[in-house]
Design a protein around this ligand. Sequence first.
Ligand SMILES: Cc1ncc(COP(=O)(O)O)c(C=O)c1O
Length: 365
Amino acid sequence: MKVPQIDLWAHHEPLMKEFHQALDRVVKSNQFILGQEEKDFEAACASYFGVKYAIGVGNGTDALGICLRALGIGPGDEVITTPFTFIATAEVIIALGAKPVFADINPDTYNIDPDKLEAAITDKTKVILPVHLYGQAALMDRILEIARSHNIKVLEDAAQAFGSTYKNKKVGGLGDVTIFSFFPTKNLGALGDGGLITTDNDELYEKCRLIRVHGSPKKYYHTLIGQNSRLDTLQAAFLKIKLNHIDSYNGARVANGTAYSEGLTDVVKTPAIHPDCNHIYHQYTIRTPKRDELKAFLNESEIGVGVHYPYPLHHQPVLEYLGLPQGSYPESEAAAKEVMSLPVYPELAEEQRSFVITKIKEFFS
Ligand SMILES: Cc1ncc(COP(=O)(O)O)c(C=O)c1O
């Protein structure tokens, strides 16, 4: 039996008729950039998250950069984030001439540890940028409390957490501003690139909206230096179709994750869910000191697995200039050596799931 890490065709096949109808509508409308379908998708997202504003942009990385620009981040500023995330989170800070400052993770949830934040704050800190890794929210109450007491803004990277909740509130309306990615493998994925910014803050909304379209409040009139990062009408139309199913997609991931946790708890460290959070298993990530051997064994059995992430950010060659040696963030460094993500996509069949569990148990016997 083959078990791919993700099966996007299985995910999209049932929607093909609706996708074709959307393509037809958009091409006939002659609106390819933003447009009415994009406005409708933004409104549907704002209502889903219970926020005032949702802004469609080109991708999740641009969404982060646009928010940091709207928050006024530039040379000399510091932004605190986690060293255990995808490079985009830190890349955007550096691209603006600012400095990423890391705070280590909690070894159970892999999210930034609020207890490590105070020590990372300096008089240059302008933003805290937590990541809701793998589909579970970081501990937002503590993060917001610390940020507020230092007059620091909070930008959440929820690229992996569309539909996740914290204290029964949807991620997307917790901090000052939040971003999502619609990279095709995300829980809500486009048929290409896409991203979203959500906020209740009127000023941030206005700034982000301007930045995404050349700082232009009206045609050929520019009030600030912006960029070009708009969500395609076609992607918005596809995403709106998929948005109708997001809770059931996430529910299927949760069912898969729960079954894995029941089956694997004696042999590997299964994901820990904080009592204030749910987990929507963008990744179902186990942990074992035998990670590399287990990965090779599963690959031989044609089971696709991933490592998110094999290097903490401070050990990426591109960030060597920060001068952060081995031992700087021990929890992130240890996790990078031991984590591995199993196939958890919504269409994963029960037999495939059982096969994965059986093979992992076989490896450890
Ligand atoms: C945590 C995190 N942040 C940011 C991004 C960037 O999103 P995108 O690929 O849409 O630019 C991703 C997605 O890959 C991500 O996983």
